[in-house]
Design a protein around this ligand. Sequence first.
Ligand code: PGA
Length: 251
Amino acid sequence: MAPAGQPAARPPFVAANWKMNLLRGQAEAYCGVLRQGALGALHAVEAIVFPPFPLLPIVAAGLAGSGILVGGQDLHPEDSGAHTGDVSGPQLADAGCSWALCGHSERRRDHGESDDLVGRKAAAALRAGLTPMICVGETREERRAGRAFEVLERQLTAALAHLAADRFAVAYEPVWAIGTGETATAETAQEAHRFLRGVLAGTAGRILYGGSVTPENAAGLIAQPDVDGFLVGGASLDPRRFLSIMAVCVG
Ligand code: PGA
């Protein structure tokens, strides 16, 4: 976030990644709590929810007109075709999405997604009118070996090579901090975000931090000059905790 006294170029951005959680009734109730609770915050923070695919229609309807955006957790690099079990960018856009996560570390781990595939997915998102959120992050072993920045640069440069437009966000999610309760310190996050900002070389992409973000640790992280917001997993499953994180970002 920009230092006090200096207006941020854009408001902080807070995203809820539900991963493979929640059912229809829970999603409906969540949207009611979120849209009501966010009313006072949306002048100063942007919010987005990434539900699992089957819940997209419910969430898109539940958040319609609220100003809170909806995104898909993944998409196929092609726009249509014989790809059983996959979902395309045009289908996400048709379901009410304006964003798509690309290359979340759980997709890289569970589905062997390569840096190049992640870039092709980001390009597919842009073609469909969606804004890609490109996820990057090093493993614990890579950090211990002093290779964190090398990995981040490789992942981000590979994705950027596919992007013709300046419309994207980056989520820095150190793998060792995701779902572990071991969040990066504010200093570690800032150092990585500053590095990624350098790799972006002046392009407009915002850089969100993800990895065990909670209402309790969000203030220290968002105070960092290069942390533009959060991608929240576990703590976003309770709309009240997600709202508390939004409130911290409003300040
Ligand atoms: P977490 O997940 O907040 O549960 O660590 C973050 C993410 O993977 O997007």
